[in-house]
Design a protein around this ligand. Structure first.
Ligand SMILES: [Zn+2]
Length: 146
């Protein structure tokens, strides 16, 4: 199902972890407005970068979120966040570009120099910027781009 010009619902629900664990990760109908909001915001992200973005994790039903070790309150479970990468550049370069371009987001996280997490809010985008790093084997989030 096509959500916007460049994004399909399948890109939001696809999960190799979910498939392996036989988890049904389809989006509940009440969350579809959130998914559509996120897809629309991602069109803006794509436009600013000038390159396609590859979603590696979009919507996560609670079972899948638990399986991948996500925070119980993760915006992924509400259809309001995606993890992605892009041939635009490194995760840090992508984050910097989105900040410089004034893209509206609730939370932008540069994750381990491997991917970008971007979350949106339907009502109040807080423009929080964090970097995820490993400290003593645990993921910690530090303020700003590191
Ligand atoms: Zn994420």
């Amino acid at each position: 199902m096509q959500l916007t010009e460049h994004f399909t619902l399948e890109e939001f629900t696809r999960s190799t972890t979910g498939e392996r664990a036989k988890i049904n990760n389809s989006v509940p109908v009440q969350l579809m407005p959130n998914i559509k909001l996120t897809a629309n915001k991602l069109e803006c992200v794509r436009k600013v970068l000038g390159f396609p973005i590859i979603i590696t994790s979009g919507y996560r039903c609670p079972a899948l979120n638990t399986q991948v070790g996500g925070s119980p309150t993760s915006a992924h479970t509400k259809g309001l966040a995606v993890d992605f990468h892009s041939s635009y550049g490194t995760p840090k370069e992508i984050c910097q570009r989105l900040i410089d371009a004034g893209v509206q987001f609730d939370k932008l996280i540069q994750e381990h120099n491997q991917w970008v997490h971007i979350g949106f809010s339907p009502s109040n985008n807080r423009q929080i910027v964090l970097t995820a790093v490993k400290q003593g084997g645990k993921t910690v989030y530090v303020n700003g781009l590191v």
